[in-house]
Design a protein around this ligand. Structure first.
Ligand code: CU
Length: 188
């Protein structure tokens, strides 16, 4: 009994170490040049890689949605982060499943930034549910009022697999300068 539970604990920490060592870091600038943007808009990440959002200007979020509802929080959420070009606050997520696309938008302006095209994707497929299709959906303002596709293949409701490792140097994010008090933080 004792020995077997010790063994499994060991197995978990060994796997953890393995992914931490091999993972690459992909930086994505948020708000670069004062625009409502993610740069780059698409990232191809392997399992164990980290995507690090760098908030360089403005006041934005990095928030996860689904493909079907581009401007609705379904997963991680950085909260509002004021930009700083010289010492940007970062927010990192760990990619646990490279075969599952991760859709990201900015929640600032009660969905306004998203509708203006401030979206990005990690591991978007080249056909079908592409980044271009996601962007078009976001800009069309589709907020889930219409039909929800029931036959989507790889996108389901389990939005918990990109593990959130949190922001590293947030100093008062979302205090005092947000213009959108209607949007709460519904991270769960
Ligand atoms: Cu924004």
């Amino acid at each position: 009994m004792r020995a077997s539970s010790l063994t499994s604990i060991f197995g978990i920490s060994a796997a953890f170490l393995g992914s931490g060592v091999s993972g690459a870091v992909h930086q994505v600038m948020v708000g670069q040049g004062g625009t409502k943007s993610f740069t780059p808009k698409e990232v191809a990440a392997a399992e164990g890689d980290t995507v690090q959002f760098m908030f360089v200007a403005g006041n934005h979020t990095a928030t996860q949605s689904t493909f079907a509802n581009p401007c609705t929080n379904e997963g991680f959420d950085s909260g509002y982060v004021p930009g700083n070009a010289t010492n940007p606050t970062s927010y990192s997520i760990l990619v646990n499943n490279a075969s599952k696309p991760i859709w990201v938008y900015c929640a600032q302006g009660n969905g306004g930034h998203c509708k203006d095209g401030q979206v990005m994707a990690i591991n978007a497929p080249a056909t079908g549910n592409t980044f271009a299709a996601f962007l078009e959906k976001a800009q069309s303002g589709a907020t889930g009022a219409g039909s929800n596709a029931t036959g989507t293949n790889s996108i389901d409701s389990s939005s918990t697999d990109p593990a959130v490792s949190g922001s590293s140097n947030a100093t008062g994010a979302s205090s005092g300068n947000s213009t959108d008090s209607g949007l709460g933080d519904n991270s769960g």
